[in-house]
Write a protein that binds this ligand. Structure first.
Ligand code: AVJ
Length: 321
């Protein structure tokens, strides 16, 4: 029925999430093939500045970044991208690495296999000779299976502020495990969405054309499709708020009325009160001190942080200690 990695766990996580209080559904379930396409549309929205800022940063700074990483290890580079999606964000870096005549392999990890096959098509079109591999895995799973080169320099990409979906402790845990799986001296280029005014943040997560609402509501449609749920999607609305305490944009689906939802595969009825919320995502925002702290806590040294012209977003180049 569905062909992505997480189908087995979906039922169990929805079951637990709808029984907990407040109700929640983990954000990784956004990315079935419909959700991955909707996210792609989000990245093109005028309000969703994150992708545009990061593309600007990578385009402007690729020569400098490749200059730094090729200093002590000029022969070959393993590029490993976590949560790649189907964006062409790394392409300026790849162009630059190839122009520097380094040999290169590119491994892209993503939970959506449709996004991965779109990406592989575009990589091969643009760089026909590049050694490319797509890994349809979750982040922590991929840490154990991805091949870390011992005779080449590893450069990990973790872009898009994908780290923002982790809780604070989880992000340190993940980065620490990543650093341990790398060789000392290897590099990580990591994207952070910076803290900014609510007037810019809120529309980025609640756009005028309603695509982000669709993206969020797709979770309920996915429960209907894959688990035999009977959610009436017109009985929920999308809400995005900034939580000052946690420093995160939070997304919710809010029940418009008292309602019972039956989910066939769980053989379970779940009751919603009017105004009751399902938490579906937290997207953490950072300042430069937060970035310092994360690098230090996970055993990396910050070499340089690159910002876009509006200072909305940072790509930080780290080195494993
Ligand atoms: C892909 C997790 C970085 O948090 O900004 C976009 C996902 N959610 N709009 C983000 C998302 C709502 C996005 N990340």
């Amino acid at each position: 029925m569905q062909n992505d990695k997480l189908s087995g766990q979906f039922a169990a996580d929805v079951d637990a999430g709808l029984k907990s209080s407040p109700k929640k559904i983990p954000s990784r379930y956004f990315y079935d093939s419909t959700g991955s396409q909707l996210f792609k549309q989000i990245t093109q929205l005028p309000e969703y500045y994150l992708t545009k800022c990061e593309e600007e940063i990578i385009l402007d700074n690729s020569p400098r970044i490749v200059g730094i990483i090729s200093v002590n290890f000029p022969e070959s580079i393993n590029l490993i991208e976590f949560g790649a999606g189907d964006t062409e964000k790394p392409f300026p870096l790849i162009t630059q690495i190839l122009a520097a005549q380094l040999s290169l392999t590119y491994t892209a990890i993503d939970i959506s296999d449709t996004a991965l096959s779109d990406l592989s098509f575009r990589v091969l079109e643009k760089f026909p000779d590049l050694k490319f591999q797509g890994l349809n895995q979750e982040y922590f799973e991929a840490l154990n299976s991805v091949k870390i080169g011992n005779n080449s320099r590893n450069l990990v990409l973790f872009l898009g502020s994908n780290i923002g979906n982790f809780k604070h402790n989880q992000s340190i845990d993940f980065l620490d495990q990543m650093r341990k799986s790398l060789n000392p001296g290897d590099y990580l280029l990591i994207g952070f969405d910076l803290k900014k005014d609510n007037s810019i943040l809120i529309p980025a997560y609640d756009d005028a054309s309603g695509i982000t609402r669709e993206f969020n509501i797709n979770l309920l449609k996915r429960i209907n499709r894959d688990l035999g749920g009977n959610f009436n999607i017109n009985n929920f609305y999308h809400s995005a708020i900034y939580n000052d305490t946690s420093g995160a944009m939070e997304s919710y689906l809010i029940s418009k009325c008292v309602q019972n939802i039956y989910i066939e595969k769980l053989n379970q009825t779940c009751t919603f009160l009017a105004g009751e919320r399902i938490h579906t995502e937290s997207s953490h925002k950072y300042d430069l001190n937060d970035i310092d702290y994360l690098a230090e806590a996970s055993g990396f040294k910050i070499l340089e942080s690159f910002l876009d012209s509006r200072k909305y977003f940072a790509c930080s180049l780290w080195q494993a200690k």
